[in-house]
Design a protein around this ligand. Sequence first.
Ligand SMILES: *Cc1c(COP(=O)(O)O)cnc(C)c1O
Length: 380
Amino acid sequence: MDWKVPLADLDYGVEEERAVLNVLHSKWLTMGEVTQQFEAEFSQLVGRKYAFAVSNATEALHLAVTALGIGEGDEVITPSFSFVATSNAVLYTAADVIFADIIGNDDLTIDPLDIERKITRHTKAIIVMHYGGYPCRMEEILAVAAQHRLPVIEDAAHCPGATLKRKALGSWGTIGCFSFFSNKNLSTGEGGMIVTDDEFLAEKIRMRRSHGMTTLTYDRHQGHAYSYDVIDLGYNYRIDEIRSALGREQLKKLMINNNLRKRNTEQYRSLLDKVNVDLPFREYEGEPAYHLLPVLLPEGTNRKKVIDCMRAQLIQTSIHYPPTHSFTFYTKRYGRISLPKTELAAERELTLPLYPTMSSSDVEFVVDSLVKSLETALKP
Ligand SMILES: *Cc1c(COP(=O)(O)O)cnc(C)c1O
């Protein structure tokens, strides 16, 4: 489709092109120096000792769960109101997910009280997700976690550069996982980063990212090593230099672009004030990454009609998210689960376009179109 206003758009320029060409000319494509630089810069951004670049955030989440030694018979508490990868990462290890509900329509992040209610003697970790780039209630969540001696994994896919009490999201819990998928705030096509301060976990992650091998191809190429041992069951979750080069360029633009997202979000909020929709995250703490612009349509609205109407005006919208517990695979595994607040918000949620290069007239156009589409959808 040739969208007039797509849901998301890349901010790529000659810098990215040059960075990729430099890698191609260097003739070293797999994980090497560019990746090490990207990792060092990213660990600076989030203020964590260790950062490992991987091919995507799903792998980062899987590495996080396995590094914590989680497996069969264990339970991990996750939000259902997230991308399915948050929960899939747990199931890969043969552990089970226990879904916790969200706080409500004003705050779509996981509810610390429901986390506490779902803890059993089998619980081994808590995964939280900073929905749309808005911080979860980390202080309350960490207090619950500390009381039960549980590690917290942050699915920070939406929030590179975001902070809560001046501390980066992704650096509050034991491990933070970031995504550089094409529509995220920092994009490399596919890509991700896993960060931690824990040396023991870092070593496990480093090994398992690359087959459990003691040396890398790059070390051998450099003449630093000639052979290797395999000391753990690992995977191939490596990134490559081309994407790390894209990541370094995107990182330079991240804070400027998060600020442009903020400006667009504020314009949306003031225009949507007069529209018959509910706005989650009217109030929030810290400095979010403004990844998504979610609205809740009036109850009983035919959402598909609204989406189709907006599509007819070449505006792309989306839904974040169909709840994980409602997917066929999950209902087959766990039966029907009730998460009333997740279900209520998910039924009404519509995500409007938001990206740094969006102009203020784009924002006006989207809101006008939403108003007209709502009128059409309410007609019998
Ligand atoms: C995008 C996303 C992921 C998965 O990231 P990939 O890099 O595509 O694997 C996980 N969780 C959330 C919340 C996401 O938005």
